[in-house]
Design a protein around this ligand. Structure first.
Ligand SMILES: [Mg+2]
Length: 253
């Protein structure tokens, strides 16, 4: 029987992806103003840098400013320090500006909280993630919030031990196959995938839903909440669903 729900934050509760897209728009317009590069071209370039730099920076907040700087210098190698600082600032803004709450999420959380203990499990630089948690209008609904550097099967096992919960008592909800679904299922939890266009496709690229009844897909948090609540009285975890294709598969650009 499910006792607790772990929730991813970025692009599950709040639309962090919008902030990345706005920053990309500002960067590509800036590069266009300096080097006349078509925005689509510089966008592809900065995304390439982001993927490359992820290897060394991970989810840390240093990656995006470096990628923006690299992209500017790629097209305008003689850029003055003020221009470099400007594009780095556009990237840093992503980590400090508040993100919009995804429609329907507050109501779904309200319903879930009537049946389960709710926790946030979010990957990223702890300080930046804590700032986002503090800005959540519904932050008091959670019994605990856990910013972690990354989510591996061990992350889930360690957290469950800390909370005194067994894997079959917990469901993880999130938008990332890589961080939320594959490792949680590997640790024995149930998982609900709610696809969302997440950054540069890295969270989805080359990954597939695990073929197990432990993992299901919903297009919205409200559907996931109703499903969990409907199964709350049953003995064995959540009711298995036939696997469904999301209406908008998250093949982030
Ligand atoms: Mg996410």
């Amino acid at each position: 029987m499910i006792k607790a729900v772990l929730l991813d934050m970025d692009n599950t509760l709040i639309a962090t992806q919008d902030l990345f897209e706005e920053a990309h728009d500002r960067l590509t317009a800036f590069i266009h103003s300096r080097a006349l590069t078509p925005p689509a071209e510089s966008l592809a370039t900065v995304r390439r840098f982001e993927v490359e730099l992820f290897t060394s920076f991970g989810y840390g907040t240093g990656m995006l400013p470096q990628a923006f700087e690299n992209a500017l210098l790629h097209y305008a190698p003689q850029s003055p320090a003020a221009d470099i600082a400007a594009v780095r600032g556009m990237a840093s803004d992503v980590y400090t500006r508040p993100a919009r709450v995804i429609p329907g999420v507050p109501q779904a959380l309200e319903k879930l909280a009537g049946h389960f203990d709710l926790y946030i499990l979010t990957a990223g630089e702890p300080e930046a993630q804590q700032r986002r948690i503090d800005a959540l209008p519904f932050k008091n609904i959670f019994r605990g919030t856990f910013p972690v550097p990354e989510k591996t099967p061990e992350t889930y096992s360690v957290l469950l031990k800390k909370l005194g919960l067994k894997p079959h008592e917990v469901v993880m909800i999130g938008d990332s196959l890589k961080s939320d679904i594959i490792p949680s299922v590997a640790a024995g939890l149930s998982a609900i995938h709610i696809p969302h266009a997440n950054w540069i496709g890295r969270e989805m690229a080359g990954l597939k839903m695990p073929e197990t009844t432990l993992a299901t897909v919903f297009n919205h948090m409200s559907g996931a909440a109703s499903h969990l609540i409907a199964g709350a009285g049953r003995k064995n975890s959540i009711a298995p669903l036939p696997s469904r294709k999301p209406a908008h598969p998250a093949q982030a650009a």
